[in-house]
Design a protein around this ligand. Sequence first.
Ligand code: C5P
Length: 309
Amino acid sequence: MTTEDGIPGFALTRLAPAKINLALHVVGQRPDGYHLLESLVTFADAGDRIGFSHWAEDRFTVSGRFSTDLPLTGEGASGNLVLRARDLLRAHLVERGMAAGPVHLHLEKNLPVASGIGGGSADAAAALLGLLELWGARFDRGHLQDIALKLGADVPMCLEGRPLIARGIGEELEGLPLPSFPILLINPLIAVSTPVIFRTLTNKTNPALVIPRGALVGSDWIEALKDMRNDLEPPARILEPAIGAVSDTLIEAGAAFVRMSGSGATYFGLFETADERDAAAAVLSTDHPNWYVLACNSVNGEEDHHGRH
Ligand code: C5P
């Protein structure tokens, strides 16, 4: 699945790529309870997809393996993020005298819900970008990031969709060059609640994320990752001891580097070659038919993105 593939019958389609926290350090906590993070993030070339069309009235439909796990209204803090994004963006456009007419949005939910790979956040970001395009609206990038942050701490980074370092609660973003690499995402289909993981975390002032200059380019960049951590992995393993098996299985399957993403329970394995990744995916899918297994690549962040927006 690529961004080029369109959902049949829709005026435009956007990919909402899975987010992968290559490292996630928790370095403090704000007075409002939100945690201060330093995270090295990349994105997959696969994820959910959203279709957009002008319509006679607002309409929202869903499909895909995980669509039954979704809220179908946008009301409340736990409402569907696609609809919350639509409503928030529309309110901002209408306030500025711009048109934001009725739309049919279709969410193809391919990513497991509450799985640490930012599915809901990616959906919200893709909805914002797709609706801006459909409505032909121009919007200041900084303002769009502010709207994104209102929808969730991970939504601003999902708007970028390229390798980056995120700081603060996820609103301070710095792009960085990172090569594309073969990756396997594995989830034992245990849903993990992000607030519960943060509440279980005991040490909130861990060492900072240090990325030595030049460490992430060249062949030893995977070595550099080994000095970094995901500070949410210990509390996730305490809450859900079964997820430790996923890490062990990926290592046995030959991954060069294995770690949990976000607040879990998805683990990712980095592979030297696509063939090794595909062989591991075949073995894991056979041995664990109830697990979610996605073979993909990370996006290439080595191109110059300056002025892309
Ligand atoms: O921002 P988002 O809605 O994705 O966050 C869900 C919950 O995760 C927050 O309500 C908060 O409890 C917790 N969280 C946190 N620190 C962050 C991000 C999220 O404590 N940086």
